[in-house]
Design a protein around this ligand. Sequence first.
Ligand code: ZN
Length: 327
Amino acid sequence: MFFYTNAIFSLTKGYLFAITTYTNKLMKRYSLFIILFLLLISACGIFKRNYTLEYDKIPMTRGVNTCQELEDTVVLYAVFVDVAIYNPWTEFDIAQTMDSIKYATKWIEDKAKKMNKVLVIKPVFHEQGTKDSFDEKRARVTLRLNGLLAKSNYSYRRMGPWADAVAKYAGRGIKYRSSSKVGKRLKINNVQTLNQALRDKLEIDDVAIMFFVNGYYENHPSYSFFTQYAGTKKAEYSIVTDKNPAVIAHEFLHLFGAVDLYPHNSFPNFNFKEIKENYDNEIMLVQHRDIEDLMISPITSYFIGWQDTLDKANTRLLLHKKLLPVY
Ligand SMILES: [Zn+2]
């Protein structure tokens, strides 16, 4: 074994020597070009720097997709779905979760009031037939979840088709007003068309669809999708596994543009350490706490559109690795 390794080592040495000699020859011949090339690259760097250090490095989540303004009247549309991986919904569980939803929305309304915003969040509970929940089997899908699925792209691939199928089934329970123009033509086959139908039926521009599954005892994460700019007007939605008002408020705020402020890979420019030091009890940073102990920081307030600009100190927290443009 020893000899074998040694042989490979001397062989590698031989190759390295050959490569170095060859590189040296090239360097001598083309040194002027290389110097000029390097100068050009650094000049471009200086040139570029003036233009790239802009706000566009802050994620684009404000006023995008269908849930645009967290102001005036908005709807939280709750769909309770029985899934195979969790217990089916009982009347008691649903009643408790409904209370939590009302508690969470009241908490957000109070925070809006403090920012001089008029906000009414209307919780609307989906009913189909005589029941408050329906089985995912009716939509012919099975939700697969586990605590390790933290990457949103991967989660979406797994949960997107589930949500679309469930939305399609829920769409059968939506009754249009007879005067509805959209409703007569609209075929509900995914979350987006369900959202469109609901906006038409409820006559409200901003409808936040949240699918609730009874996973309270499993301690699995909840998810929100299409919360950033999605190219077209994709409908945002959440799949909520918890009945803690803080979790519900956290996911609901995502749908209106709030971003996660706990350390994660999606926003490498965020200074998570300082964000935590400044806003330890931020709703987008911690969820598994009593909602009454939590707050909405200027950062979240900016993302959900309650303030038009973000001051320099907070902007700096979001552009950790970039210098700020002069303004
Ligand atoms: Zn989150």
